[in-house]
Design a protein around this ligand. Structure first.
Ligand code: PMT
Length: 412
């Protein structure tokens, strides 16, 4: 079988995929899959049952993937709890060939070896590609166990009919590469509804310098923007986060650090091409000092002082007026403390946004600096969604749901 990385769906490239190899004659086919997936840019780890190693040696997968192969629950050289490490690492798992035995063990919730323990500990989508004798395939026990796995949300790629290793003709052959890779993509997209979408997010409060050590700023921690960036990345989006704040690096998020409104505007405009959603959670200073002192201002020289301010450009209004922004779904945030809805509606319209989330910045239990937020999302259509106080990460997912639907309607 020729190696054809083009057969690997694009959405799987750069993803973390774990291949769990079961002990069946069809195991040799999965060595070729490991090769194709790796050549296509998938980050692939392989775990093997003891009987799988009687069909194909672990060094084959090591050679093909360049990654150490997991064969044991206890390893003196690898991570201390390899099944936990692997299940945290994997974004998608393929079990192939899934023998009658391994299917029964997964159905029973066993955790007696590296494969079953990892599967039990994992939260990501799992694809099961069975292969076995025709009699085993048609047995009530196997079909019952497969139905159980399917009910639990696992994706089954049914065995195909053809000539079996035993010489029998019938159902039991491992499904074709094309069908298995297609199911991997379906499984991935089932929990990664933003795959293929580029999301541009801003976070934090801008810092407008007065002199080399002082600035005009605000209390934005960047938590809201980071929560949105992370939620979008976890759902498969390509995420660029332009931020004045820093938090632990988020997986799959490209962070561009900036300080001032001008830098934020420049970075966002540069990153705009290819963007599907622009989400401005940053608290941008409306004004900046007109003159920035070259050296630290000495207090003795100024018993009192006045700082002259110049208005900053409105980043959102500027971007939404660009021809490149056509078709991009835009969400702004409105920091208000009175007449929330009225001010929010005006801001949405003035900035040409598809939606604006209005939050009450006079409250200490939400918005600035808090892990929680509450507010109303006003859409261009006039529709309003209210969100009671909840964690920013939960709110982030709910806002992304609305934007995803707006985007789907726009492209319909
Ligand atoms: O960062 P956290 O601590 O988690 O706090 C979150 C938050 C309170 C900062 C966030 O929820 C929020 O309300 N962000 C918007 C703050 C703000 O600048 O609001 P505004 O009403 O002044 O601006 C309205 C919108 O225009 C915002 O999306 C803002 O990013 C944008 N804007 C503002 C000024 C400007 N010159 N250019 C802009 O694009």
């Amino acid at each position: 079988m020729p190696i054809d990385p083009a057969s690997v769906p694009k959405s799987l490239r750069r993803r973390h995929v774990l291949l769990c190899v079961g002990g069946g004659i069809a195991a040799y086919k999965t060595a070729d899959w490991a090769s194709q997936l790796t050549a296509a840019g998938v980050a692939l780890h392989v775990a093997m049952t003891a009987s799988a190693q009687r069909f194909v040696g672990s060094s084959t997968y090591f050679g093909l993937t360049g990654n150490p192969v997991f064969t044991d629950l206890f390893s003196p050289t690898g991570p201390p709890e390899p099944h936990v490490w692997l299940s945290d690492w994997a974004e998608l798992i393929l079990v192939a060939p899934a023998t009658a035995n391994i299917i029964a063990r997964i159905a029973a919730g066993e955790a007696s070896d590296i494969v079953t323990a990892t599967l039990l500990a994992s939260r990501c989508p799992i694809v099961i590609a069975p292969a076995m004798s025709d009699a085993m395939w048609s047995s009530a026990a196997v079909q019952h166990n497969l139905a159980l796995l399917s009910e639990r949300g696992m994706h089954i790629v049914p065995a195909e009919s053809g000539r079996l290793a035993s010489g029998h003709e019938g159902f039991g052959r491992l499904a074709s590469t094309e069908r298995v890779f297609r199911e991997l993509q379906t499984a991935w997209l089932s929990t990664h509804d933003l795959a293929g979408i580029r999301v541009l997010v801003s976070a934090g409060g801008t810092r407008e310098p007065i002199d080399p050590v002082r600035f005009i700023g605000n209390s934005s921690s960047g938590k809201m923007g980071f929560a949105i960036a992370q939620a979008a990345a976890l759902r498969g989006a390509e995420v660029v986060l332009v931020s004045t704040a820093s938090h632990p690096e988020e997986t799959g998020v490209k962070v561009i650090p900036v300080n001032t409104a001008a830098e934020m505007l420049e970075a966002l405009t540069r990153e705009l091409p290819g963007t599907s959603m622009l989400i401005m959670a940053a608290a941008v200073a409306d004004y900046r000092p007109t003159h920035v002192a070259a050296h630290k201002i000495k207090k003795d020289a100024h018993p009192s002082m006045t700082i002259e301010l110049t208005q900053n450009p409105d980043i959102l209004a500027h971007i939404t007026s660009l021809p490149e922004a056509k078709g991009i779904i835009t969400l702004g945030f409105a920091a208000e403390d009175t007449d929330m809805l009225e001010h929010g509606k005006k801001k949405r319209e003035a900035k040409g946004l598809d939606a604006i989330f209005v939050n009450d910045v006079s409250r200490s239990d939400i918005a600035f600096g808090s892990d929680y937020n509450e507010g109303s999302l006003i859409l261009r259509s006039g529709e309003i969604h209210s969100f009671q106080r909840r964690e920013k990460k939960q709110l982030a997912d709910e806002l992304l749901n609305v934007l995803r639907d707006l985007s789907a309607n726009r492209n319909a």
